[in-house]
Write a protein that binds this ligand. Structure first.
Ligand code: ZN
Length: 146
């Protein structure tokens, strides 16, 4: 059960998270699902958070979702995950996150921050309606997709 992600994609999410702070940052994650709960991230697509209360919630800009869906029609890649940050929170799914999981096949990557600086990333996948498995985040030096 693991997600392979390059340092440059993690850097991109770190910069996006810190730029959005104290609001929640969000992004779409594009890549491939191999098998046995193993995903490879090819790229991340930082999104505008269009939630009404950005300091507590996130909602990915639907225009970005459409753009990404169009771009990947010609590739073998797909949307494999959703990223968002918890300003001053923990890198775990909140009650509200769990309520809002509409696409259980996507993994959730969460970043926690402290005083605007990134603290840690954790990834989860739904096991059922209420339970989640934590995925190992494997930082790869190979930049897939470059
Ligand atoms: Zn959350």
């Amino acid at each position: 059960m693991r997600v392979d992600i390059s340092p440059s994609d993690l850097d991109c999410l770190t910069r996006h998270t810190e730029a959005c702070w104290p609001d929640e940052a969000c992004a779409l994650i594009v890549g491939q699902y191999l098998q046995n709960q193993h995903w490879i991230v090819k790229r991340v697509e930082p999104a505008k958070n269009v939630a009404a209360d950005k300091s507590r919630y996130f909602e990915i800009d639907p225009e970005l979702r459409i753009k990404v869906e169009m771009n990947i029609l010609l590739e073998d890649d797909e949307i494999i995950g959703v990223f968002h940050s918890h300003p001053e929170g923990k890198a775990f799914l909140s009650e509200n996150d769990i309520k809002n999981i509409k696409e259980p096949n996507l993994f959730w990557l969460i970043a926690s921050t402290s005083s605007g600086k990134l603290k840690e990333f954790r990834a989860f996948i739904a096991a059922d309606d209420r339970n989640f498995d934590q995925l190992t985040l494997q930082t790869t030096s190979t930049a897939y997709g470059d």
